[in-house]
Each structure stands twice: as C-alpha cells, then as structure tokens.
Design a protein around this ligand. Structure first.
Ligand SMILES: Nc1ncnc2c1ncn2[C@@H]1O[C@H](COP(=O)(O)OP(=O)(O)O)[C@@H](O)[C@H]1O
Ligand SMILES: [Mg+2]
Length: 246
C-alpha cells in the first residue's frame, strides 16, 4: 500500500495551469526523485502536498487520510516535513537551538511559576538526534552560521526528524554544496530510508538522483511525463523526457 497517493491533481493560478492532472504514489521508505525544467510545476506540486496551496482538482491521500481539507499544520502533524532550499535556520543560534527552534523544552525553576528553557536537555536531545542521523557536526554548541552548507543541511534534516516524519521532501538539497559535501547529504538521504522514512528529492543533479533514489518522476508543463524505477531507466532517457524529446 502506498504512503502518499496523488490522483489527477490540478492546480491553476488564474489562467495558468501549473498542474494538469498529476498522478503518482510513494511507498513507505521509498526515495523518489522529482525532476523537471524550471516552470515544470515541481514547487507548486510540493506546495499542494504540504497544504500551502489547495489543489483546484483531484485527490491527495497520505497514510490513509484525505489531505484536501487539511491545513499545513495538520499535514505536518500527519508526518510530512518539507525542507526548503533556504533551510529556514537561525544562523546566529547554535545547532541545538535550531533543532528545537520554537519548541524548546522548558523546566520549572525551583517550583516557581516561571518556565526556563532547559538548555541541558536541548543539548542532550540534539546530540542524540545528530548521532542517530550520523551527521558530521562538530558540536551542537556551534553557531549554525559558522557551519558549511552540508552541515547546515544536516541540521535542517535533524530538525525535521524531531517531528517524527513519515515523508521528508527536500528541495534541491545539494544544489549549493561543494562536491565533497554532496556525498554526505546523499548519505543522510540513505539514512532516512534506512529508518523507513520516505523521501521526495527535488534535484537537477541526475548523478545524485541515480545514486540514492529508487524511482524518478519527471514533470513537464504540469504533467507527469515519466515515472520509472531507477534500475530500469538511464540518465539519457530521463533527460529526453524532461526536455520533451523522448
Ligand atoms: N503563485 C503563482 N502565481 C501564478 N503562477 C504561478 C505561481 N506559482 C507558480 N506559477 C506558475 O506555475 C508554473 C509552475 O511553476 P513552479 O511550480 O514554480 O515550477 P518549478 O518549481 O518546477 O520551477 C510556472 O508557469 C509558474 O510561472
Ligand atoms: Mg521550483
């Protein structure tokens, strides 16, 4: 049974039909690449899944629930985490604070009616999550702005994991990284899969996609033009679909 299933999803912005009947599914623990040229509809599609846009047609089911009437907060609680390209991290704060941003565990101070942020607990829990993920971050006390692009990506993934997601959507996670760091982020995607978490990876880098994904879906002008197992296709074939020559 599939974890996520889209059926004939449509999204129009006035006269612009950004999605013209998109159908596909993602299984538990499966890594799916979403490919397509600029303007193909990738971002719009992800925003309809996460509830930022309400589709103008079709159906989206996730983990047995209809997402149509749900808002972004409800969809997140059902287990979908989206990591945006800008990562939305607080650069001035340390790794541990970023992992719990806005949801810091608190403790009572000597029975007084004041709650203090429980720094020791935040650091301990952040350490555990980073270790579980196998992320290479020097210390949870490091300022996020001082970390490399790949390390910041690790922090964003660690933060997503605190919501116990069943599906993580990543928008171009390797686009701005040094070559040496790309491999590390790909390892993190593999680790999510090992933990049974499904991944949708938006990427222009076909070598990354073929290294970690089980399946590739190509969008062109708001339509799915390819949906194939990585093992049964090739980069040339996928490129032909993306540009419309296949
Ligand atoms: N908020 C919006 N209002 C109007 N048109 C939009 C909006 N968002 C996207 N579009 C249009 O929808 C199409 C798909 O865009 P988008 O989903 O951003 O593509 P991609 O992420 O694949 O580059 C494009 O033609 C784009 O101009
Ligand atoms: Mg986009």
């Amino acid at each position: 049974m599939s974890l996520l299933a889209l059926k004939d999803v449509r999204m129009s912005f006035g006269p612009v039909e950004a999605l013209r009947g998109v159908s596909f599914s993602v299984a538990e623990g499966e890594a799916v690449a979403l490919l397509g040229d600029n303007g193909a509809g990738k971002s719009t599609l992800m925003k309809t899944i996460t509830g930022i846009y309400r589709p103008t047609g079709g159906a989206i089911r996730f983990d047995g629930q209809d997402l149509k009437e749900k808002d972004p907060g409800e969809i997140r609680r059902l287990g979908i985490e989206m990591i945006y390209q800008d990562l939305a991290l607080a650069r001035e704060q340390d790794v541990a604070s970023n992992i719990f941003l806005g949801r810091e565990p608190t403790r009572r101070l000597l029975g007084l009616p004041i709650r203090m942020i429980d720094t020791a607990r935040i650091e301990a829990e952040a350490e555990t999550i980073i270790r579980r993920l196998g992320a290479r971050v020097p210390s949870v006390r490091y300022r996020v702005g001082d970390l490399s692009g790949g390390q910041q990506q690790s922090v964003a993934i660690a933060r997503a994991l605190t919501f116990s997601p069943k599906l993580v959507i990543m928008d171009e996670p390797t686009a701005a990284l040094a070559v040496r760091e790309v491999e590390h982020v790909l390892d993190l995607v593999r680790e999510l899969k090992r933990q049974g978490i499904a991944v949708i990876l938006i990427s222009h880098r076909l070598t990354d996609v073929f290294a970690v994904c089980d399946r590739v879906i190509a969008l062109r002008q708001g339509e799915v033009v390819a949906d194939e197992a990585v093992a049964e296709t090739s980069m040339n074939e996928v490129v032909a679909h993306i540009v419309g020559a296949g």
